[in-house]
Design a protein around this ligand. Structure first.
Ligand SMILES: Nc1ncnc2c1ncn2[C@@H]1O[C@H](COP(=O)(O)OP(=O)(O)OP(=O)(O)O)[C@@H](O)[C@H]1O
Ligand code: SF4
Ligand SMILES: [Mg+2]
Length: 325
C-alpha cells in the first residue's frame, strides 16, 4: 500500500433541495460512500458527466464544504477534528485551481497583489524575500516577471490560468484540487497548461486531484483515474488501463463517446440522460443506462471490488469488458 497523503473514508454529501417536501425538508444526495486515497506526488484523475458530483467531492476533500458523513484525513490528521484556526493553517498545504481563473481573480488587483496576498495569508516570504519569490513563481508558470504589475483583464485565458496556478503554488502546497482547470481553454492551450501542471508536479512533488469531464484529458495527466456516476465510484485504476481497457460499462461508454479514440470492441452508447440524484435507480445506479444490465442488477448496490492489480469496479458482472486481459 503506498504512503497516503490524502484519504477520504466513506464520504457522503447531500444538498438541501430548493423544492421542499410537503411534510419535511428534502435533501438531494450528491455523493454516496466515497473512498479515495492519494499518495504524495500522485495525480488522481476524477472523471464523470456533469452533475456526477466531481466538484462537490473536490470541495469536500478540501473542507471548503462540510460532508454529511465520512472522514478526510490529510497527512495522517483527521481534518474533522480541527478548530477553525487549525484548519486555516492547514490550508497552506491544500490549494485549489478553478475552471475560470477570471472569476477567482479580483479584477481590480494586479497579479503582484494577488500573489503577495496569498503569501501574506500564511506569513511566507515576507519583506525582502517577497519580490524574488513572486518573480520565481511567474517563471515557474512560464510568464515574464514584467507581468506582475498587470491586471487580470490584460491577459489571455491561458495566461490567466497560469496566474491561477501560480497563486495556488505560491504557498508551496502539498496537494492541489484542479477543478476543470483546462476545460475552458482552446485545445492547443489546454495541452500547454496540462504540460505545465505535469512539470510542476515533477518539480515540486505536489499531489493533485485533477477533475475533468473529459477522460482523455484526465488520462493524459493522471497516474490513476476514478470514475464517478451519480455520486458513486464506478471504477478506479491506473490511468492507461482505465482508458484503454475500461472494466465498468459506464467507463466504456465514456471512452466510446470520445470522437478521437477507437475503442477496442464495439462502441457502447449512453442511453438517455443521467437520472435525478433525488430518484436514483435501485441497485446499480447505472442500471437505467447500462447495455449490459441483467435482472440481478437491481437487487443491491454493487460494491467497489478488486478486479486486478490496483483496479476496482462496482459492477456485478465479471463476464463483460475484459479488455485488460
Ligand atoms: N450548492 C448546491 N446546492 C444544491 N445542489 C447542488 C449544489 N452544488 C451542486 N449541487 C448539485 O449536486 C450535484 C453535483 O454537482 P457537482 O457540481 O458536484 O457536479 P460536477 O460533477 O462537478 O458537474 P459539472 O461537470 O457540471 O461541473 C448536481 O446535481 C448539482 O445540481
Ligand atoms: S451492475 Fe449491472 S447495471 Fe450496473 S454496470 Fe454492471 S452490468 Fe451494468
Ligand atoms: Mg464541476
Amino acid at each position: 500500500m503506498p504512503e497516503k497523503l490524502v484519504e477520504v473514508v466513506n464520504l457522503s454529501k447531500s444538498y438541501q433541495s430548493a423544492k421542499k417536501g410537503l411534510f419535511r425538508k428534502s435533501r438531494i444526495p450528491v455523493l454516496r460512500n466515497v473512498d479515495l486515497q492519494i499518495a504524495p506526488g500522485e495525480i488522481l484523475g476524477l472523471v464523470g458527466e456533469s452533475g456526477s458530483g466531481k466538484s462537490t467531492l473536490g470541495k469536500a476533500v478540501l473542507k471548503l464544504i462540510d460532508a454529511d458523513e465520512g472522514d478526510i484525513v490529510f497527512d495522517g490528521q483527521n481534518l474533522g477534528g480541527l478548530t477553525t484556526s487549525q484548519l486555516r493553517a492547514r490550508r497552506k498545504d491544500m490549494q485549489i485551481i478553478f475552471q475560470d481563473p477570471y472569476a477567482s481573480l479580483d479584477p481590480r488587483k494586479t497579479v503582484r497583489a494577488a500573489l503577495s496576498e496569498a503569501l501574506e495569508t500564511h506569513g511566507l516570504y515576507t519583506g525582502d524575500a517577497q519580490e524574488p519569490r513572486l518573480e520565481a513563481l511567474m517563471k515557474m508558470v512560464g510568464l515574464s516577471a514584467e507581468f506582475l504589475g498587470r491586471l487580470p483583464h490584460e491577459f489571455s485565458g491561458g495566461q490567466r490560468q497560469r496566474i491561477g496556478i501560480a497563486r495556488a503554488l505560491a504557498v508551496e502546497p502539498r496537494f492541489i484540487v484542479a477543478d476543470e482547470a483546462v476545460s475552458a481553454l482552446d485545445v492547443s492551450i489546454q495541452a500547454q497548461v496540462l504540460n505545465l501542471l505535469a512539470d510542476l508536479r515533477r518539480d515540486t512533488g505536489v499531489a493533485m486531484l485533477f477533475i475533468s469531464h473529459d477522460l482523455s484529458v484526465v488520462r493524459f495527466i493522471s497516474d490513476r483515474v476514478m470514475v464517478l456516476y451519480l455520486g458513486r465510484v464506478m471504477e478506479v485504476g491506473p490511468a492507461n488501463d482505465v482508458h484503454f481497457a475500461p472494466a465498468h460499462p459506464y467507463t466504456a461508454a465514456l471512452v466510446s463517446a470520445e470522437p478521437s479514440l477507437k475503442p477496442k470492441g464495439e462502441r457502447i452508447g449512453l442511453k438517455g440522460e443521467i437520472p435525478s440524484p433525488m430518484n436514483p435507480p435501485s441497485g446499480c445506479v447505472f442500471r437505467s443506462r447500462c447495455p449490459f444490465a441483467i435482472g440481478a442488477c437491481d437487487e443491491k448496490i454493487p460494491e467497489l471490488r478488486l478486479i486486478g492489480q490496483g483496479r476496482y469496479k462496482a459492477c456485478i458482472r465479471d463476464d463483460i469488458l475484459k479488455g485488460a486481459e
